[in-house]
Design a protein. Structure first.
Length: 332
């Protein structure tokens, strides 16, 4: 994978640095300080109340350049800025090793788990190398991870990412309902904040929008590791949290198989909460099939610890149940 646009942007930044400019980004991209952290008034930059320089937007590269006033102190965030170097990476998934070579002849090695997707791998490497001033634009993936031969699925919010244990989302409408994730606590907190704010996240390069409403985050520490596991789930998928007038979700997890292998049992229990009319447990399979035929039930895209999930429309069920009773497909 060669990210030529990324390479061009880094080269433009290097040119600015060679001209004596100090460079800032909007989101601390490339390991650069953030433009928003400066004490400024329009294009003027101040440090302890003293005018110390000016900034200008370099629109092509998507960064800001700071020009200091001779003799004035530099803002703290701009002191000791490292010059960027372009890097190329070869990731060996079998050995769990990344070797990064820079255009200056430097070599850096990083050990660890890496995504099989080169674009995700590029993002991870650039975060890891930000303090070194190395920006990876080219990634080659070789070998296969013996434990993750099909790649590691991840959730990404444009700031951080975490490994997934499972998910459930409406593929057609791009709406996320559940995501189980493992990562550093700060990363998980960042993703939770994104979901609460209703901002999009990405799973396997597909942009998903959080289902509207409250998002619960159940977090547990993983013993002997510096990571945490969190279940992010919308209130419409949590028993007892559904509100009248909303559609609901029925999710079936691996742990639910300890009680039953039949998703219809889980489905009918959720249906009892949503509907005002009485529902018998033995109607589960029939109502599930009839509900899908009547577009009252929609299957979600699931993976991992979430085995199956559906969306349940709150209206239209009374008529459907009456028809099934009349046709004797269900009985009291």
């Amino acid at each position: 994978m060669e990210d030529t646009n990324f390479k061009w942007r880094v080269k433009e930044i290097i040119k600015l640095q060679e001209q004596g400019k100090l460079v800032l980004s909007w989101t601390k991209e490339f390991g650069l300080p953030s433009y928003s952290d400066l004490n400024r008034k329009e294009s003027e930059v101040f440090e302890e109340g003293i005018l110390v320089g000016h900034i200008e937007l370099i629109s092509g590269a998507g960064v800001y350049a700071f020009t200091p006033i001779p003799g004035a102190p530099l803002p703290k965030i701009l002191r000791g800025q490292k010059k960027l170097r372009l890097g190329e990476a070869v990731i060996n998934l079998t050995k769990r090793l990344a070797i990064i070579s820079t255009e200056n002849g430097e070599t850096v090695t990083i050990n660890g788990l890496f995504p099989a997707d080169p674009y995700y791998a590029q993002s991870e490497l650039n975060r890891a190398l930000a303090d070194e001033g190395i920006a990876v634009w080219k990634v080659e993936i070789i070998g296969k991870d013996p434990l993750f031969q099909y790649g590691i699925q991840r959730i990404f919010n444009n700031q951080t990412l975490a490994d997934l244990t499972g998910y459930a989302f409406d593929y057609e409408n791009s709406v996320l309902v559940y995501a189980g994730a493992v990562g550093h606590k700060t990363s998980l907190q960042s993703i939770h904040a994104t979901l609460i704010q209703g901002k999009p996240v990405s799973i396997n390069h597909k942009t998903l929008y959080p289902e509207a409403g409250h998002w619960f985050a159940n977090t547990l520490a993983i013993m002997d590791y510096s990571t945490w596991q969190t279940a992010f789930i919308n209130h419409k998928a949590v028993p007892g949290k559904w509100q009248p007038g909303e559609y609901a979700y029925a999710l079936f997890f691996e742990e639910d198989q300890d009680e039953t292998d039949d998703f219809a049992v889980c489905f009918v229990e959720r249906l009892k909460e949503v509907l005002e009319i009485p529902i018998l447990e033995e109607w589960g399979k029939t109502l599930l099939k009839a509900g899908k035929d009547a577009y009252l039930v929609s299957e979600l895209n699931t993976w991992g610890d979430c085995i199956r999930a559906v969306r349940i429309e709150p209206s239209g069920w009374k008529r459907l149940v009456e028809e099934l009773l009349f046709e004797e497909k269900i009985k009291i």
